[in-house]
Design a protein. Structure first.
Length: 172
């Protein structure tokens, strides 16, 4: 299968709310497989539809040492606890920040066949799901930061993006 292009912030549809998936078929299954391959090839642990240019509520993810998952039309129905952890994003390469997230969540979704899922996630898995769920709501991880930190992180992103657009390595 061919890899998909990753949408780089602020390009569309990263700031748009994704639409629910209504058709569960072999095409959706192939899309999930392509997204997982794209995520793996780019060293990610999660990838949402908007990050590959799709306004669809589809998320793929895989914890290190875990099994790949695909969540269709996910909802976070319960959240508890709070912890800060470093996050990055395939759509904001080379940008990282300490982001507050719930440590325990309950999720309802469908799998690629349309079967209902209802499960709890903790710690890193909960963080991945919340991060990807935000993409479906038109949000990126800096949106979760306090105003001062958010401004600093977005300013850092602008510098990274200028260097990327100029073909200069971020580490130069």
């Amino acid at each position: 299968m061919s890899l998909m292009d990753i949408v780089i912030y602020p390009d569309a549809p990263l700031r748009e709310v994704a639409s629910p998936v209504v058709k569960f078929d072999s095409e959706l299954n192939r899309l999930a497989e392509r997204m997982l391959e794209t995520m793996d090839a780019n060293g990610g642990v999660g990838l949402a539809g908007p990050q590959v240019g799709l306004r669809k509520q589809i998320v793929v993810l895989c914890e290190p040492e875990g099994e790949p998952m695909c969540l269709i039309n996910p909802e976070i129905v319960e959240m508890d606890g709070k912890d800060y952890g470093e996050e990055g994003c395939l759509s904001l390469p080379d940008l990282y920040a300490q982001v507050p997230r719930a440590t325990h969540i309950r999720v309802r979704a469908r799998d690629v066949e349309g079967a209902p899922l209802d499960f709890e996630a903790r710690d890193f898995l909960a963080r991945i799901i919340q991060h990807e769920y935000d993409h479906l709501q038109g949000k990126v991880f800096p949106d979760r930061l306090d105003a001062l930190t958010r401004d600093a992180v977005f300013n850092e992103w602008e510098e990274i993006r200028r260097r990327m657009d100029a073909g200069v390595s971020v580490t130069d």
